[in-house]
Design a protein around this ligand. Structure first.
Ligand code: ADP
Ligand code: ZN
Length: 611
């Protein structure tokens, strides 16, 4: 029987240890909980995976009444609630997936006073009947999850969110907690203003995700590169591959399957049923690679995604951060891996130029695009560049990104840039990279002869560089805004105002030497005490696999994702420490009393049978 926390005078740390099985609070968690316990409002900005939920779950367990959690992620509510229940916490949810009778049953249960948490969709919160219901029960707090949905500026505006204050205003003594992982300043201001949180304490965490290793490489043969990456670094692990179109999602998934990788696709063009089934498999099967368009991901709450791969460029730095942020939510080492090519850059630029909107809007979009391309081409630490974009200036080097792990060679490209730009100008700003390169290296093709381009001054001036090197030059010029593209697929490169600075000799250019291949894959310099997979001995690995099989068996029997039973990290610790008693088990991170009582014996038996 779960404990009656409210009347047992337990402290937040007691619950953290006993119920969640965690050793210590993470940054800001304890302060936020204190604030809410004292009945005050709070605004929480914390990157995905850092542990926002505990900030409202814990006070809801300790304060009188039920905590109302407003969340737009209907599809996930059931799993969230079940995950709480197997930790011994009483939680319920109300949304459109329940029948009328089921809804009534939930309300009766709430009225009994037992549950500590009730998850509701915003539409439900706003109905008169639900508000009547709220007036009949004691409420410990309001948690407004995904609070950025209140901002039109953000990427996921939901009009119902604007009306949340109509409800919370009726309960002026009940603390409100707004939580989000969306960082930009405008969205932040919107949340505070629209939810009326002017007097709330704000808790803003660093956006650094130290366990994620960032890598960006040149696209050569994307599929083989992806397959090699998965086989070498993540065999039998879960991951997400992002692509831009539905067709690419289906084709890539099929191809991975042919090559022995358990893969599925997910995109908005699929029948709802297929899509849900694939998502379900991703969440509940162990392990699977999901090839998806950006339609996939919002609210994907799977902590053991070991890699996120981009075969196409994301839409912006925000999107990149969000998408890569779905890796490693359990805090274990994870990879953010991306390949891109000159052709990708051209189509990104073209997409942008063809976009509609007023000048200010376009100006903002342009800056966003520049930032993304700058990130791809940087010779600086990627983490530094990424965090600087989000307003954090303190990081210098990380030892966990490709530029830190493998020194980036640069070369003085001023002359090459001048030749390349001059060639664009002299050929009339109408041609793409193939033709321009032919002119530069002096390759007298039919096209060149027809156009009489072999008579140009730039014909053959760049013979010292290879085609590949010129392609790299054009890519980097395009990425840094020293060159632009025309709108239609047939228009070529054009000069920009900055191009002239280079042509007139007023600006120097440094280029990055494109790396030959990837060989930093395995060099994980992990400063923390975390146990990486490759640190396990062969014997420990066998134990881990055995425990994993047991976990899958259990999770199937209760129809929940495996990570709801135990995280990989917990299994790893078990494999290393080989606990013999329930007390030993309780020492392991992620095992609280309820789970120890529920599954402890099975795991101890499995461990004993291996001796
Ligand atoms: P968010 O909502 O911020 O994305 P979650 O609340 O889902 O993150 O937490 C991410 C993961 O971190 C969860 O598996 C959670 O159980 C775990 N976690 C949260 N707080 C702690 C802690 N203090 N110690 C260890 N693990 C934690
Ligand atoms: Zn770095």
């Amino acid at each position: 029987m779960p404990e009656d926390y409210k009347h047992n005078k337990l402290t937040p740390s007691d619950i953290l240890h006993n119920t969640f099985g965690y050793r210590s609070f993470r940054e800001h968690q304890e302060e936020i909980i204190k604030e809410v316990m004292a009945g005050r409002d709070a605004f929480v900005l914390m990157p995905t995976g850092m542990g926002k939920s505990i900030c409202y779950q814990l006070p809801a367990m300790l304060r009188e009444g039920v905590g109302i959690v407003v969340s737009p992620l209907i599809a996930l509510m059931q799993d969230q609630v079940h995950a709480l229940r197997i930790n011994g916490i009483h939680a319920e949810f109300l949304n459109s997936s329940l029948t009328f009778e089921e809804g009534q049953e939930v309300k009766r249960h709430i009225l009994s006073g037992e549950p500590d948490l009730l998850y509701v969709a915003p539409e439900r919160l706003l109905t008169d009947s639900f508000q009547d219901f709220l007036r009949r029960i004691p409420i410990s707090l309001f948690a407004i999850d995904e609070a950025h949905c209140v901002s039109q500026w953000g990427h996921d505006f939901r009009p119902e969110y604007l009306r949340i204050p109509e409800v919370t205003r009726q309960f002026p003594d009940t603390p409100r907690l707004a939580l989000t992982a969306t960082a930009d300043a405008q969205t932040r201001r919107d949340i505070v203003q629209r939810l009326g949180l002017q007097d709330a304490a704000a808790f803003v965490s660093s956006f650094d995700r130290p366990n994620i290793r960032y890598r960006v490489t040149l696209k050569q043969r994307e599929r083989s590169q992806l397959l090699a990456f998965i086989r070498r670094e993540h065999p039998d692990q879960s991951g997400i591959v992002y692509v831009r179109t539905r067709k690419r999602a289906d084709q890539t998934a099929a191809w991975l399957q042919e090559n022995g990788v358990a893969a599925r696709s997910y995109h908005a063009g699929q029948e709802q049923e297929v899509r849900l089934r694939n998502q379900e498999r991703f969440l509940k099967e162990d392990p699977i690679v999901m090839v998806a368009t950006i339609a996939f991901g919002m609210g994907i709450d799977k902590p053991d995604v070991r890699f996120v791969a981009h075969l196409d460029l994301p839409a912006s730095m925000e999107a990149y951060y969000q998408e890569t942020g779905r890796a490693g939510r359990d805090g274990e080492p994870a990879d953010a891996w991306m390949v891109y090519s000159l052709a990708d850059l051209v189509s990104m630029r073209r997409l942008f130029d063809a976009s509609q909107g007023d000048e200010t809007f376009k100006q903002i979009q342009r800056q966003k695009l520049e930032a993304l391309l700058g990130y791809c081409e940087t010779v600086e630490c990627r983490r530094t560049v990424l965090l600087r974009y989000f307003g954090e200036h303190h990081v210098i080097g990380c030892d966990n990104c490709d530029t830190c792990l493998q020194k980036q060679e640069t070369w003085d490209g001023t002359m090459a840039a001048r030749m390349a730009l001059s060639c664009v100008y002299r050929t009339g700003q109408r041609f793409g990279v193939t033709h321009l390169t032919d002119v530069l290296i002096g390759n007298a093709t039919e096209k060149i002869k027809n156009l009489r381009h072999e008579k140009l001054k730039t014909f053959g001036v760049g013979a010292e560089l290879s085609k590949k090197q010129w392609s790299s030059v054009y890519r980097q010029l395009l990425a840094t805004g020293l060159l632009s593209v025309g709108e239609s697929a047939f228009s070529g490169f054009r000069l920009t105002s900055d191009s002239w600075l280079v042509l007139k000799g007023e600006q120097e250019v440094q280029f990055r030497q494109d790396p030959a291949g990837e060989d930093i894959a395995k060099k994980r310099k992990n400063k923390s005490a975390k146990i990486a997979m490759e640190d396990l001995t062969g014997e420990q690995l066998q134990i881990f696999e055995k425990l994993r099989a047991l976990r899958l068996e259990i999770s199937n029997s209760i129809n929940l994702p495996p990570y709801c039973v135990f995280h990989d990290k917990t299994l790893k610790e078990m494999a290393v420490q080989t606990p013999k008693t329930i007390d030993d088990l309780l020492e392991i991170s992620g095992i609280g009393q309820t789970k120890a009582a529920q599954y402890g014996d099975q795991f101890l038996k499995a461990l004993a049978s291996l001796k």
